[in-house]
Each structure stands twice: as C-alpha cells, then as structure tokens.
Design a binder for this molecule. Structure first.
Ligand code: ADP
Ligand code: MG
Length: 298
C-alpha cells in the first residue's frame, strides 16, 4: 500500500511546487506560458538563508541574442536593508527581479543570496526565500481567505487572520457579513486596487520570506491609497531584506540605499540626500516629479 501512496505523495508535492511557481510567475509576468529556461543542477542543495544578503556580481543579461539589457551590473544589498531600484522605464528594473527569482540565467556574472550562487541551489528553495508583491496583484475567483492562504494549504485560520492583520486588511474583512468566506472577483465582491494589494501583501506575509521584492507595488494606486500601502509595506519590510522597485520616488526616498539604473547600468547609488547632492539623474527625476506633484495639487 505504501508503495502506492508514495508516488501520490510525490505527485502532491510536485503539484504544490509547480503551483507555487506558477502563482509567482503569473505575478511576475501576468502570463502563464512564459518559457522556463532554467533547470536545477544535478544534486543541487537547497538555499540556506541565515543572512539574507543579495549580491549581483557583474551580471550580463539579454532576453535575445545580441541585445543585452543588463551590461555587467553589480550591486550589494546587505541583510535586513531596505533598498530601492529606480530609473527610467525600460532600464531593466523588473529584469533584475526576474533574474533574482531565476526565471532566466545571466549570460555571465553571478547572483548570490547569502553567499550562495542562486544557479547552484534548487529553484524551489530559492523561490521559497523570496516574496513578490507585483504592480497589479491577481486575485482568484474564490474567497478572501482562499486568496490569502493560496499556495499554503497548511495555513491555519489563525495564521491567515494574523497575516491579514499585518497587511492592515483585517478590519475590512471582519466588516463583511461573510468575513473571510466572502467571494471576491467576478463572482463576488469587487475589491479596490488598494484592497487587492493588501490581500497580496497578506499572502506574501503568510509565506514569510526573508527577502521581499516589491515591483512597483503601489504604482497602480491613487496617491492617497499609495501612501497608506507604502506605510504598510514599510512596516512589513522591517526585519527582512527588501528591494523596492519604484517609479514614484516619493515612496522610496527613505530607503537605506537607492540604486539608480539607466539603460542596464548602475548610474548612481546612495541615500536620497546623497543623490540629491550628486545632482545627477536621480536629482533630475526628483525635481521633475516634484513639479508633477505641484501640478497635481494646484
Ligand atoms: P523596467 O522594469 O525598468 O521598465 P524591464 O526590465 O521590464 O524594464 O525591461 C528592460 C528591457 O527589456 C526593455 O527594453 C524591455 O522591452 C525588454 N524586455 C523585457 N521583457 C522582455 C522579454 N520577455 N523579451 C524580450 N525583451 C524583454
Ligand atoms: Mg518594470
């Protein structure tokens, strides 16, 4: 009998692993048919994260031959630091996230987490270590509770409620007549952009990853909701290594280090004040956005 069950067990594990991979991929690309071009090295060990440092070491990458997107990119994120990556659209910011999650391998150079080359460890362990909150989170046509617990069927009702509380959406859920059993999406309650992002944040908190990747997590929201969600993200980023990719600079001005990416190269890095004093690309982007902010209110 055991021999019958073991393959079934294995199948369950494979199913869960693939499903988690698909959720994360769908989140990253909002596509399900993206080719997976990477595979585990034979006998690859699991990633062991004690100090969640992230290092890009001279990374060269292009999606197509003869068109490099990242040209020898190097930067370091210390364990527990809150960093931001900013830069013009098309600079390669989201590509950095896709490489960190190992949807692709660099043509050359290395990406290290806690000193381990991510190409040498299992993809499952790598992806378990990183939580992603994308620009527009996808919810499933199911209950709020299901959407928060998705990918973690072992999660208890208490753990789901705690994640919801940490994502500052518990009072809202409790205010609904059916609470966590409320259907969302096309067949149920329509959630606002901010509420959807909070559900996605709760889902990520349940995963409890040491590394958080926020790819324009608030850029689809109105200014006020963006400020509220930014506050929540700032709180949940504490005690983790967090990398926030941002278009609107006002949301990341207090990051420990800001990396300015331009055409696949690190153009500048430093704190907000240092970068303003440097008077380069960041300072220019900042003053342009400051003007836009003035126009918005007047
Ligand atoms: P950012 O997030 O900074 O706006 P991306 O990292 O998404 O930029 O994209 C960087 C460059 O890579 C862009 O020129 C984009 O067109 C290109 N690119 C992104 N994804 C793909 C892909 N799947 N295939 C080919 N080119 C891509
Ligand atoms: Mg992007």
């Amino acid at each position: 009998l055991m021999q019958l069950f073991r393959p079934l067990d294995m199948l369950g594990w494979v199913y869960r692993t693939i499903r988690q991979g698909l959720i994360d991929m769908a989140a990253m690309f909002r596509l399900i048919d993206t080719p997976v071009e990477v595979s585990d090295a034979p006998g690859a060990p699991a990633l062991l994260v004690r100090q969640p440092t992230v290092v890009f070491d001279n990374v060269v990458f292009g999606y197509e031959q003869d068109r490099d997107i990242l040209h020898g990119l190097s930067f370091e994120v210390p364990a527990g630091a809150q960093v931001a990556i900013v830069g013009p659209s098309g600079a390669g910011k989201s590509t950095i996230g896709r490489l960190l999650f190992r949807f692709y391998d660099p043509q050359s150079g290395r990406i290290l987490i806690d000193g381990q080359d991510i190409a040498s460890v299992t993809q499952e362990s790598l992806r378990a270590a990183i939580g992603i909150v994308p620009q527009d989170s996808v919810l499933f046509n199911d209950t709020i509770g299901y959407n928060i617990g998705y990918g973690r069927e072992d999660a208890s009702a208490e753990a789901i409620a705690r994640a919801a509380a940490d994502a500052a959406i518990l009072p809202f859920i409790r205010s609904l007549p059916e609470g966590f059993d409320t259907e969302v999406g096309e067949r149920g309650l329509k959630l606002s952009g901010g509420e959807k992002q909070r559900v996605a944040i709760a889902r990520t908190l349940l995963k409890d990853p040491p590394i958080l990747l926020l790819d324009e997590a608030t850029s689809a929201l109105d200014t006020r909701t963006e400020q509220e969600i930014t506050g929540t993200l700032r709180r949940v980023s504490r005690n983790r290594t967090s990398i926030a990719i941002a278009h609107r600079l006002s949301t990341i001005a207090d990051a420990d280090t800001i990396f300015v990416l331009d055409k696949g190269r690190l153009a500048e890095s430093g704190s907000h004040q240092q970068l303003l004093r440097h008077d380069g690309l960041y300072a220019e982007m900042w003053s342009r956005q400051a003007n836009e902010r003035v126009e918005e209110v007047s």
